[in-house]
Design a binder for this molecule. Sequence first.
Ligand SMILES: [Zn+2]
Length: 394
Amino acid sequence: MNKSYQFRIYPNKNQEVKLNRTLSTCRHLYNDSLAERKRESELNKLERDFGIIPWGKPEWINYYDQADELTAAKTAYQKEVFSQVLQNVLKRVDRSFKNFYRGFGYPRFQGRNRYNSFTYPQSGFGIEDDKLILSKIGSIRIILHREIEGKIKTCTIKKDIDQWYVTFSCEIDKPILLVEIRTETGIDVGLKSLLTMSNGEQIEPPEFLRESEDKLKQEQKRLSRKKKRSHNKNHQRIIVAKVHRKIRNQRKDFAHKTSRILVETYDHIVFEDLQIRNMVQNHCLAKSISDAGWSQLIGFTKAKAECAGKVVELVKPRNTSQNCSSCGNSVPKDLSVRVHICPFCGLEMDRDHNAAINILKISIYTAGTAGINACQGTQRSIDAAGSSPPFRGE
Ligand SMILES: [Zn+2]
């Protein structure tokens, strides 16, 4: 089982210069290697189309070629960076090509603001007391606010505007005892950052998150009014980036808290598979944006459930908001209709609540009886949870 831990680190001025220089060296290597592979693939295409083998090199260049090249001829800048960190950059290029072959976008050149991390994949780092020791950089002050479990595999340093973080990816080998499934819930994740469970309980995101989102809109508007390429515009851009960061952190916090509550309360948790949902209804932009935050929540819930021996299931979305959770008939309604009223069986309930029940019904673990139980006054879920809403409006 893998688990990752993130901590903030506090480099001094001198160390920050080195960190920035390492990032820049890595970024240049990334872009150069990407350019080389791009060139090679174009030559390769030439050969395929016209039957010529230019410069007698018919093969594709791969990670190993580039790694050999790197060891053979390092620039002065590259010599200042721990060698495995550089190799990891080549690995990243390689991975981006592999992703491309799997159907993702073509690898992109990385600008200064985009390329923001580097990784020690095996060694070259360590922790001593309250210091993170990085080879070729120094020992940086770190605040370890939680204990690290398991064996640290990789160490990634990340820059976030004016702050620095380290992420340790750890391997924990402790046996996981599977829990017998006694409690379960289906969860509908809504457009307005609202979470509805199949027992009708809802979890709302904290108020301050909404306040930050309003502030972001404000600052973005201000940014769009600034003159192009002006000093003011640059300054405003940093302000916007910082608000973004604040929201990101608040969302993450919310996702951690919520997922903890879910996993503590339920043994079996069912969500809709958002990737499929996006493919089906990608015309709704707002929905796919809000889904980005939900993916994080689902990811955290999965990770925590795995540790606890519980089950998170992702089901294919199947008209969960349209169908009646009691009689199964289709009751079409657009997004503005908030209440599900069934003309066939008379069921009347909140739209999201109806969807959440349907999501639980699709679950393969409970197919059949669970659905019927869930509709009949949601008795089953209430018995299972037996609690008041976890932290509505906190
Ligand atoms: Zn009905």
